[in-house]
Design a protein around this ligand. Structure first.
Ligand code: SF4
Length: 243
């Protein structure tokens, strides 16, 4: 089975488990999603959300965030990790958007090819492939782009879809490369969501539940965790070939 075939098989098995099509979790515009993703970096979702809500409640326009005293921004986003770095970084990010786009608005990205829009975003300070994919996929742009978070990355690595030394950033191009070009935004979003949910609920960082995992026969890590799993998978595959 090629990696592309394995990625499709994983999608096919996990979609019924996690209920595809999966509803989008928010309706932020692209600039709002950019800021939200920035605050989310290495922060639990709940804490990032608290930081984002506090910022928006106190400073309702992006111009106000850009021009605020940096200490006030730091205080407002304190629930996020490293607010002392993220506050000046966020103001730098907003200034960079304005300098590049001519205004504090990213709605124009909807008219660009997805790859070009992601390159545009990745030129911004502090914006890598995960953030650019999140802006394109999660925001109201609803474009086909594959974000890879730490859960998604861990599951993909254990399944052998990426090598053991491929970091989260470079994994985006590899994992997106296995997807059919004709997949729409919802299907690409589902693909990310099923990997992420599987990492959260079954393929835990410590002690993955391999014995109950529907991907066990596809997974080298699972074969190592569950004695006999690889042998069973091999026999079943051979039997399948004989039928
Ligand atoms: S078999 Fe184990 S390691 Fe492999 S995907 Fe399932 S839970 Fe993760």
């Amino acid at each position: 089975m090629t990696p592309a075939e394995k990625a499709m098989e994983v999608h096919r098995r996990l979609c019924p488990v996690y209920g595809c099509p999966i509803e989008y979790f928010n309706r932020l515009g692209p600039l709002e999603e950019l800021v939200s993703s920035y605050l989310n970096h290495r922060t639990r979702n709940r804490d990032a959300r608290r930081a984002y809500d506090a910022l928006r409640a106190a400073l309702p326009t992006w111009e106000a965030v850009r021009d605020a005293d940096v200490a006030e921004v730091e205080r407002l986003i304190a629930p996020a990790t490293w607010p002392e770095q993220k506050a000046p970084g966020l103001q730098r990010l907003l200034r960079a958007v304005e300098a590049k786009a001519g205004r504090l608005d990213l709605g124009f990205l909807a008219d660009m090819p997805v790859r070009d829009a992601r390159d545009w975003l990745e030129d911004l300070p502090g914006c890598g492939p995960k953030t650019s994919a999140a802006v394109m996929s999660f925001s109201t742009l609803r474009a086909p782009a594959l974000p890879v978070d730490s859960h998604h990355h861990r599951v993909a690595q254990r399944l052998g879809l990426i090598g053991p030394r491929v970091a989260v950033g470079p994994s985006h191009a590899v994992l997106e490369g296995w997807l059919p070009a004709e997949w729409d935004a919802q299907t690409v979003y589902d693909h990310h969501q099923v990997f992420m949910r599987h990492g959260q609920r079954v393929c835990h960082w410590r002690e993955p539940d391999c014995a109950d995992c529907p991907l066990l026969d596809l997974c080298p890590e699972g074969a190592a965790q569950v004695p006999g799993a690889a042998r069973v998978a091999e026999v079943e595959e051979r039997q399948g070939r004989l039928l």
